[in-house]
Design a binder for this molecule. Structure first.
Ligand code: SF4
Length: 558
């Protein structure tokens, strides 16, 4: 297949069509124009459309957007509503208590509630208007290096039209080698290319492990008269039930326009109970009397899931290598205490753009020259913001009430806390063996849920509502390295947690009628591309690789 590969050359290539890459590409075009520099810039995105794989809360702090596009309102930025007021509630199993004190980093009044998918789609059109070559439906599959094997020179996109047996079909199209003087990686959380670069160039050496949370989210259409018509707050956060105090995470409901709300539950993947089922927890959250009152009479119109990278400042990789830069979520650019990553991702892309212009002015694209991005980061409000949350996820991952003590001290010491550089464990290492939990009676159990198919939908209906599609006849994009380990060791020790942490019902444990042996069945076409399995599997036995580009969720309003 290699001898038919086409090569295209650009000055700059952005990989990933999220807020970081798009803000970077827009800022780059504007800066280049102001300096009379002519640059050929391309952006590739694995989703079928720009925005079809974008999912987030999402309350947007407009600080970076104002810098990027000062007249964003006049240019048609799709804002759902502005935040009128914040509410923060502690939930017990049946009750809720409004917390009178909302932490300052969660003061969102005046910020914008958006649909990330719509927002990103608008940024994509804006970038195209400035001359960026935007290519949705192209996934970066492999990093290309120069002769020194250390300098990034572009990416190879994935082949299309390959059969399940890895043989080319009649409609086969070989991937393209997209070469660039600078490649900007903005792949989002747990980027596959970033991991490949990490193995080769050790960009995470000396850093704490990246850690993650998984969010399941819906957009719900409410009746005309609803809670938000007269409420003070339209930006509601909860903690406590259903996760309890030993698992970090919480819920949110944001008011959107046209009587819609965006609702979700975020679960820290450092959880220990192997029987925890992410989707069941999400449904429990929705059924809580306080929440179900807010969404009464509603209908789910879209659902999706995604991981969020929350480790923060101490988990950031080196930001530059020869010919390459890392922006957005894949570089841990998220303000965890504020629960916001869009403005931080955008700013990282913009700083990368400034470093790229500097590199072109010097005609040098080495790690040293592109390292100017790191210097710009050090002097920016972005660094200050990330530093205030540098120990936050580490603190909230602690069990019980002690987390509040740590968070309180960090609050008073601008993020320093009692231990600065508080240690954190990789999410794949935190599960407790099933038998240990059974013996100490702390295993979670779930009652059978009744789904009405309207406001409460089951996992498969959720997948349908995410508009996820994959071409069936293609190699499986979920690599289970040793299937026997799953049904023997993993079943015995952890009862196959993949069957519970996957929000797409991709992993099912079944028993062979004849041999009565267990086997793991995969439904890769349900995959929501959240990458939870790649992160949380306790044996590192599952690797998520990018399927054929254009496949996956088809988000439009989440
Ligand atoms: Fe997420 Fe993995 Fe399930 Fe796909 S298979 S939905 S990436 S957990």
């Amino acid at each position: 297949m290699d001898n038919v590969r086409e090569q295209i050359e650009f000055d700059v290539l952005f990989v990933g069509g999220g807020p970081a890459s798009l803000a970077g590409a827009i800022h780059l075009m504007k800066l280049a124009k102001s300096k009379g520099l002519e640059l050929e810039v391309a952006l590739i995105e694995k989703g079928a459309d720009i925005g079809s794989h974008a999912l987030s809360g999402a309350v947007l702090n407009p600080i970076a957007l104002k810098e990027l596009i000062p007249n964003y309102r006049e240019t048609g930025c799709p804002i759902e509503t502005d935040v009128r007021g914040d509410e923060f509630h502690f939930l017990t199993r049946t009750r809720h208590y409004g917390v009178p004190f909302v932490p300052k980093y969660m003061h969102n009044k005046g910020f914008h509630i958006i649909s990330l998918s719509r927002f990103v789609s608008w940024l994509g059109r804006f970038a195209e208007g400035l001359g960026v070559n935007v290519f949705p439906g192209f996934a970066g599959k492999e990093v290309l290096y120069g002769q020194d094997e250390r300098t990034v020179i572009g990416v190879r996109t994935g082949d299309k039209g390959v059969g399940k047996d890895n043989a080319p079909k009649a409609n086969f199209e070989a991937g393209i080698d997209i070469l660039a003087k600078v490649t900007v990686f903005g792949e989002g959380p747990r980027g596959s290319l970033l991991q490949a670069i990490s193995s080769k160039l050790h960009i995470f050496e000396g850093k704490m492990p990246q850690v993650f949370e998984t969010g399941i989210k819906e957009v719900i259409q409410l009746p005309e008269t609803n809670y938000f018509s007269n409420s003070r707050g339209n930006d509601i956060h909860t903690f406590g039930y259903p996760l309890g105090l030993n698992t970090h995470g919480g819920g949110f409901i944001y008011e959107m326009k046209d009587n819609r709300v965006s609702l979700g539950l975020i679960v820290g993947l450092s959880y220990q109970d192997t029987m925890l089922d992410l989707y069941e927890e999400f449904i429990r959250f929705k059924r809580h009397p306080f929440i179900s009152k807010l969404i009464k009479g509603g209908r789910v119109i879209e659902q999706g899931a995604r991981t969020i990278v929350t480790g923060g400042y101490y988990t950031m990789p080196k930001l530059a290598v020869g010919g390459g830069l890392f922006v957005g979520a894949c570089a841990s650019m998220l303000n965890a205490p504020a629960l916001k990553g869009i403005h931080t991702s955008m700013k990282s892309g913009m700083l990368a753009a400034e470093a790229i212009v500097d590199a072109f002015s010097k005609r040098s694209f080495t790690q040293e020259t592109l390292g100017y991005y790191h210097e710009l980061f050090e002097d920016s409000w972005l660094k200050k913001e990330l530093c205030t949350g540098r120990n936050f996820t580490q603190a909230v991952s602690k069990k019980g009430l002690v987390k509040f003590f740590h968070v309180g001290v960090q609050y008073l010491t601008d993020g320093k806390g009692i231990f600065d550089k508080m240690p954190i464990e990789e999410d794949s290492r935190t599960l407790r063996p099933f038998k240990e939990d059974v013996n100490s009676h702390r295993t979670r159990t779930y009652e059978k849920q009744a789904y009405d198919g309207v406001l409460f939908v089951d996992k498969l209906t959720g997948v349908y509502l995410s508009k996820t599609q994959h071409r069936e006849d293609q190699p499986c994009h979920l690599i289970v390295h040793d299937p026997s380990l799953c049904v023997n060791e993993c079943f015995e020790t952890y009862r196959c947690p993949c069957t519970r942490f996957c929000p797409g019902n991709v992993y099912e444990l079944e028993t062979d009628d004849k041999t009565h042996g267990k086997r793991l069945r995969l439904n890769p076409s349900n995959c929501l591309h959240c990458k939870t399995c790649d992160i949380k599997d306790p044996y590192g036995n599952i690797t998520w690789i990018c399927p054929e580009a254009g496949d996956g969720p088809g988000y439009t309003v989440v």
